[in-house]
Design a protein around this ligand. Structure first.
Ligand SMILES: Cc1cc2nc3c(=O)[nH]c(=O)nc-3n(C[C@H](O)[C@H](O)[C@H](O)COP(=O)(O)OP(=O)(O)OC[C@H]3O[C@@H](n4cnc5c(N)ncnc54)[C@H](O)[C@@H]3O)c2cc1C
Length: 341
C-alpha cells in the first residue's frame, strides 16, 4: 500500500515506522519547522497530579511505548529513551491524603510507590513527597533528529510544504502521483487543514527553559507546579507553561518569569538559563486524539490531537491506526473523529 503522510513530527514518525514495518511504501512530507515534537520535554508521566489519578489508558499505552522506543532505537541506531523516576512534592494536605489513598489501591501499584519517603534537602517541602515509577523520558530533539536522518536516508522523507492546490481528492493524487491513502499529521498546523478544520483542534502554547543547576544531587525528575528534568547531557529542562491566547512560537518574558517563580518555590539551588524555547501543543477539547477518515473525501485521514502527552500516546495510537488503515479493524470510539459528527 502506498501512503502519503503529511507532517514528520512525532505523530508522522510513529505512523511511518508502523507502516514501514508492515511493508507499506511511505512518503513523509515535512515543512522542516517543528515547534512541538522537537522541543517537548518528552516525559512519560503515568499520573495526572491534579486529581492524583492514573493517566488515561496508561495500562495499555505505557508497556507499548517502552517496547516501541527500545525497538526504534535499535532500528534507527541511537539512544534517545532514558529511565527516570518522578518525585512529586505535594502542594496541599488534600493532595497528600489523596496520594496515600491511591497507594492503598492495588491498581496503582505499578505506578506509585507506597513507601514513606524522606523529602530531599534541596527541595522546599511542606506536605511530603511520593515516587512515580515513570519508565523515563524521550530526548525529543535527538528523537526527531535521528528519525529524520533515518527516513531521509531511506528517501522516504521530503522537506517541503504540502501544497493543497496540488491535491486531487477524487483521483487521490498529489502532484500527479497516486496514493492509496493520505494521512494528515500536521500537529498544531492542522487547524488550517481545509478538510479537517471542522474538528475541535486547539493550539496550546508552552514554554520551557534549558538550564544548568550546579550540585543537583541525582537524576530524579522533580514536580510541583513545574518540573525539573535532569537530562543525559548534564543540563536540565524546567517547564512548562500553558497558554491559550496569543499563540505563536516566540518565547516571552512572562513565560520565563512564571517558570523561574515556580522553580524558586520548588528548589533551593541556583540555576543559569542556557536556552528558552516556546512551542505549541495540538490539543483537543475532550483531550483525546483525533483519528479517522474524512466523511466524504475517502482516502483522506487525520492522525492528530496528541495534546500534552504525545510521547506517551503516539506509539500506541500509531499502531492502533495502522491496524485500521491496513486491516480494517474498528477504531476506538474515544479517538475516532466520528465522535464529532
Ligand atoms: C513545551 C512543550 C512541552 C511538551 N512536553 C511533553 C512531555 O513532556 N511529554 C509528552 O508526552 N508530550 C509533551 N509535549 C507534547 C508533544 O510534544 C506533542 O503531543 C507532540 O509533539 C505532537 O506531535 P505532532 O507530530 O502531532 O505535531 P508536531 O510536532 O507539531 O509535528 C507536525 C509536523 O508537521 C509538519 N507540517 C505541518 N503542516 C505541514 C504542511 N502543510 N506541510 C508539510 N509539513 C507540515 C510540521 O513541520 C511538523 O514537523 C510537549 C509539547 C510542548 C509544546
Amino acid at each position: 500500500m502506498k501512503v502519503l503522510i503529511v507532517g514528520g513530527g512525532l505523530a508522522g514518525i510513529c505512523l511511518g515506522h508502523h507502516l514501514e514495518d508492515e511493508g507499506c511504501d511511505i512518503t513523509i512530507i515535512d515543512k522542516g519547522e517543528n515547534f512541538s515534537s522537537a522541543i517537548a520535554a518528552g516525559m512519560i508521566n503515568p499520573m495526572v497530579f491534579r486529581r492524583m489519578l492514573k493517566t488515561w489508558r496508561g495500562d495499555e499505552v505505557i508497556p507499548y511505548l517502552v517496547d516501541f522506543y527500545a525497538k526504534t532505537e535499535k532500528k534507527i541506531g541511537g539512544k534517545f529513551f532514558f529511565p527516570r523516576k518522578i518525585k512529586r512534592y505535594f502542594s496541599t494536605e488534600e493532595e497528600t491524603n489523596l496520594w496515600e489513598m491511591r497507594t492503598k489501591d492495588s491498581s496503582y501499584s505499578n505506578y506509585i510507590s507506597s513507601e514513606k519517603e524522606e523529602p530531599q534537602s534541596f527541595i522546599h517541602n511542606t506536605f511530603g513527597v511520593g515516587t512515580v515509577f515513570s519508565p523515563g523520558y524521550v530526548d525529543a530533539t535527538l528523537f526527531m533528529r535521528l528519525n529524520h536522518r533515518y527516513f531521509k536516508d531511506k528517501k522516504y522523507l521530503i522537506t517541503a510544504s504540502f501544497d493543497y492546490n496540488e491535491l486531487n481528492t477524487n483521483a487521490l493524487t498529489y502532484k500527479n502521483e497516486r496514493f492509496d491513502k493520505i494521512v494528515f499529521a500536521e500537529g498544531y498546523s492542522g487547524v488550517d487543514n481545509p478538510f479537517f478544520n471542522y474538528l475541535p483542534l486547539n493550539q496550546t502554547k508552552g514554554e520551557v527553559l534549558k538550564v544548568t543547576i550546579p550540585n543537583y544531587p541525582n537524576k530524579d525528575i522533580i514536580n510541583r507546579k513545574c518540573f525539573i528534568l535532569p537530562t543525559e547531557d548534564g543540563t536540565y529542562r524546567v517547564g512548562a507553561t500553558f497558554a491559550w491566547k496569543n499563540i505563536n512560537t516566540k518565547p516571552t518574558e512572562e513565560g520565563k518569569q512564571t517558570l523561574l517563580e515556580q522553580y524558586n518555590k520548588l528548589c533551593v539551588l541556583p540555576l543559569s538559563i542556557i536556552e528558552h524555547e516556546a512551542g505549541i501543543r495540538p490539543t483537543v477539547s475532550d483531550r483525546r486524539p483525533l483519528i479517522g477518515e474524512h466523511q466524504t473525501h475517502k482516502g483522506l485521514f487525520i492522525f492528530n490531537g496528541l495534546g500534552t502527552k504525545g510521547y506517551m500516546l503516539g506509539p500506541y495510537f500509531a499502531h492502533h491506526f495502522t491496524q485500521h488503515l491496513l486491516h480494517n479493524t474498528e477504531l476506538d470510539d474515544e479517538v475516532n473523529i466520528s465522535r464529532f459528527l
